[in-house]
Design a protein around this ligand. Structure first.
Ligand code: F6R
Length: 608
């Protein structure tokens, strides 16, 4: 987590650093800071135990022609001004860092023995002092950073500024993302292109272990051993205003309403190719035909997308699918059957647990990795054999919404492609499954039109402290996702259950105080769900039913019911997700929580 930005120019870089940081706040927002160097030896830092808005106020009037900045998600040490970055090395170097230095303790001890004084609890401060120590030997900032990096174990993207080196910034990465932005007479770097969009669309992605010497008129990339690396800049195809809030109150609201477009964009190529395996890469056909098993690995909402896909894939292809939480998989011992297809699902493509799980899967057998990812050139996509890029666009709200829905769409396409490659379904059935896809953006639009009713439900829910979400079949993972959304942004304790599990424990929680949100679909065993619903009603539970047409029988005697205008067949998991997102969103608004930046969370979980 954490976001870093750097810029060097002839003009004052502070406004661009602060604007960039604001666009990176999704990565962490418990404290922030900036270091500035100017002509005449000015060298200062400004830090706050608060967000970028507070930093902006505190930094009013400051200026510098080179600078580094940071927004933090605390790992080592509480959110405080002393722990906020940049960290000072000796008296002449400052460092911002995203990642974790695992051997920071022995490094700290040896630096203390050499006379260094620590003023923070962070792992980052060791980097600053190490660079300072190396600088005393070499007198050259680039050489000092290069000598420091091999001493660090763990993950880092760093930005370094030196008091006595007015013409350059140094940055480096290993395990955490970093992109260089190329301007005219000024250059930048950042954790994510979102921070650079208003400044430039010409970028170079630093590869693992690389470092860069960033000057006003040039950037030079080096490999870890100091060899110059020639890299061609690429122009990224993202609208500069893609990260603007526009008419919306929150990014989450904007992103919920962008879902019909995000689906259209994500499905475009798949529909052009009629869901042929090539949608996933030129070699996908051969992989799909031969794979004996599929292992899906992901975290959080992406994991819920994987759970949903298992129903589709097994039903349409007969290929066994297992779905694993990345942080569990990576510490479990097993052997992967040769040819197993590992599907790694991730919005960011930088989730530390997922990357570690995928690397560990490669050690367990001769597997192929298919990445379903929303961020091009992310670490995950670079390390995968096959790639499907979801086209959700930049997602800034911490809660996954359009990323999740496009993951579901991608997985649906994957199931159909696999069935095509393996000839496991008759042509008519394949055409029927594909035939649902062009309707999806409209179906999503219709689901979003239920917002006013959901706002009224949210008014009631905002007084509750607990909630249960129920679903069956593909709607069971959607119940998990609905519960996750409500807890993460509205801070209401919520659990998702498969309807059939109710009587195995959670029914004990049901009384008049318990809202039970039920998702019902025509293809999601509605008759069985009806029995579960009656079990809730018999205990006085307040049932909020969200259903497809055709599930009317379930509505009898429930507290509130909302019916989608039309059925979405096998895509009900997607269309029923949208009301749950709106319900969580409006409940959070009612409660006045920080919707886009819920407490204790960050969007891109780049630490274990
Ligand atoms: C929940 C949410 C998280 C992410 C999870 C995985 O709304 O956003 O649970 O889904 O942190 O992140 P990615 O998909 O980037 O690997």
């Amino acid at each position: 987590m954490c976001g870093i930005v750097g810029a060097i120019s002839d003009r004052n870089v502070l406004p661009m650093l602060l604007a960039g940081l604001a666009r990176l706040e999704y990565r962490g927002y418990d404290s922030s800071g900036v270091a500035l160097g100017g002509a005449g030896g000015d060298f200062r830092r400004i830090r706050v135990a608060g967000r970028v808005a507070e930093l902006t106020e505190r930094a009013d009037g400051a200026s510098g022609t080179r600078g580094i900045a940071h927004t933090r998600w605390a790992t080592h040490g509480v959110p405080s001004e002393a722990n906020a970055h940049p960290h000072l090395g000796g008296d002449s170097v400052m460092v911002v860092h995203n990642g974790i230095i695992e051997n920071h303790q022995p490094l700290r001890e040896s630096l203390i023995a050499r006379g260094y004084t620590f003023t923070s609890e962070t792992d980052t401060e060791v980097i600053a002092h190490l660079v300072h120590a190396e600088l005393q030997k070499t007198g050259d900032l680039l050489a000092a950073v290069r000598a420091t990096l091999p001493q660090l174990h763990g993950a880092y993207a760093i930005g370094v500024i030196g008091r006595d080196d007015p013409n350059r910034l140094i940055c480096a990465r290993l395990g955490s993302p970093l992109v260089l932005g190329l301007g005219f007479g000024e250059q930048y770097f950042a954790s994510d292109i979102a921070a650079l969009l208003p400044l430039t669309q010409r970028v170079i992605y630093l590869e693992e272990g690389e470092l860069a010497d960033v000057r006003r008129d040039s950037v030079q990339v080096f490999s870890a051993d100091g060899t110059k690396v020639e890299r061609t800049a690429r122009t990224i195809d993202v609208q500069p205003d893609a990260a603007e809030l526009g008419q919306y109150r929150h990014y989450m609201q904007k992103e919920i309403f962008e879902q019909p477009t995000a689906l259209t964009n994500t499905l475009q190529r798949a529909l052009e190719l009629n869901c042929a395996p090539e949608v996933f890469g030129p070699t996908a056909g051969a992989v799909f035909q031969s794979t004996p098993a599929i292992r899906i690995i992901a975290c959080g909402s992406s994991y819920h997308a994987g759970l949903t896909a298992r129903y589709w894939i097994e039903e349409w292809t007969g290929v066994p699918v297992s779905v694993e939480i990345a942080s569990e998989y990576r510490y479990r011992q097993n052997i992967e059957a040769d040819g197993t297809l590992v599907i790694a699902i991730s919005q960011s493509g930088e989730t530390a647990d997922l990357l570690a799980a995928v690397r560990s899967a490669r050690e367990r057998g001769a597997i192929k990795v298919l990445a379903l990812c929303n961020v091009p050139h992310s670490t995950l996509t670079r390390e995968s054999d096959l790639v499907f890029l979801t086209q959700a666009g930049i997602e800034i709200g911490v809660a996954s919404t359009k990323a999740f829905i496009t993951q579901l769409a991608a997985l649906y396409v994957f199931g159909v492609s696999l069935a095509r490659a393996r000839v496991s379904l008759p042509d008519e059935k394949l055409e029927e499954l594909i035939g649902w896809l062009p309707k999806l953006p409209l179906l999503a639009q219709e689901a979003l039109a239920l917002e006013p009713e959901l706002e009224a439900w949210a008014h009631e829910l905002s007084h509750d402290h607990n909630a249960l979400f129920l679903g069956r079949h593909t709607l069971f993972p959607i119940a998990l996702e609905g519960a996750l959304k409500l807890k993460e942004i509205a801070y209401i304790h919520a659990e998702g259950y498969a309807g059939g599990e109710l009587k195995h424990g959670p029914l004990a929680l049901v009384d008049e105080e318990m809202p039970v949100i039920v998702c019902a679909g025509k293809e999601a065993v509605p008759d069985k769900l009806a029995s579960n619903l009656r079990e809730v009603q018999a205990r006085g539970g307040r049932v909020y039913l969200i259903a497809e047409p055709g599930c009317e029988a379930l509505a009898d005697g429930v507290h509130r019911v909302l019916t989608l205008p039309q059925s979405s067949g096998p895509l009900a998991a997607l269309t029923l997700t949208l009301p749950l997102q709106l319900l969580a969103y409006h409940t959070a608004c009612r409660k006045g929580t920080d919707v886009d930046k819920p407490r204790n969370l960050a969007k891109s979980v780049t630490v274990e």
